[in-house]
Design a protein around this ligand. Sequence first.
Ligand SMILES: Cc1cc2nc3c(=O)[nH]c(=O)nc-3n(C[C@H](O)[C@H](O)[C@H](O)COP(=O)(O)O)c2cc1C
Length: 344
Amino acid sequence: MNHLFTPFNIKNITFRNRIVMPPMCMYSAGNDGIASPWHSFHYRTRAQGGAGLIIQEATSVESRGRISSNDLGIWSDSHLPGLSDIVKGIIEEGAVPGIQLAHAGRKCNAEGEDVIAPSPINFDLNDPAFVTPREMGRDDIEIVIESFKRGAERAAEAGYKILEIHGAHGYLLSSFLSPLTNTRSDEFGGSPRKRAEFLRLLIKAIRTVWKEENPLMLRVSAADWAEGGNKPEDLAEIIKLVKNEGLDIINVSSGGVVHKAKIPAAPGFQVPAAKIIKNLTGLPVIGGGLITNAGQAEEFVRNGDTDLVFLGRELLRNPFFPLLSSKEAGEEIDYWPKQYARAR
Ligand SMILES: Cc1cc2nc3c(=O)[nH]c(=O)nc-3n(C[C@H](O)[C@H](O)[C@H](O)COP(=O)(O)O)c2cc1C
């Protein structure tokens, strides 16, 4: 039996298989953060190709939370029509629509924005794209939490079924979690519990508007790949401190926290971290990284290393990867688009 093509249930949602399209910024919105027909087409195509869950790219909860001036936004009601159209396309093609709510923090390159972070530590002093961020005060912390909450409200209104909080890659939340980027001495820095406090408050606020029955996901950098940085066990500890505020799944990535990280890239290189987090937190996980064939993905799911597998660049290259893989595996699936039945 093929495990990759078995459905996965979480709360009231079923993914038709274990293949996840992870969030991938397309830097294709206007300066206003509004989604264009291009986005709807892009996501609909991946849903048509058979992915189970599609997590829309980092979508910013504040204009100063954008990585670039062309990121998608969810900081205003004017974003809702474009986002609703993306959701509609994904649902019509049988996949589950998710969205990653994000704040770039110190990695904001959008023009003319206020660049904020837990501590004033520049990501890369040699790259003029990065400025030294302003250390956040208590008021900034409250404003950002409120922005995530409003973003979650809008995500629900647009129809997304899964909400993912971007806690990875050195962006705002991630930089609170890592001791390399958070040197605060108040209640938001120091011990793992204190570094996790901003995230805990944020999850709590999101859960006041994102209904209990809807899954909430957190993406983490499970390894900073740098001396003195976080390792999978550290992230597991942090997740255990916040999960009771209402987390359902952990999407395990790594890196992006420090500029000079040494990443041991190989197919599935982040899956061992996913396994550690699954075992230590008891939560289901999504693992992956550099996976390009269904055999690799199948093995990780069959071994129980990860519940779900993300395929990022492979799905950019080939949106029909899930359908073609099911055909190669001789797996009977009932979501081959009827229009393409003769190509099956
Ligand atoms: C073009 C591109 C944009 C990305 N944008 C995001 C993003 O918005 N949020 C995120 O968490 N990860 C982002 N990532 C990381 C991917 O989600 C994924 O973890 C990474 O590509 C490794 O998986 P892969 O080897 O299967 O591509 C991005 C990756 C790529 C290639």
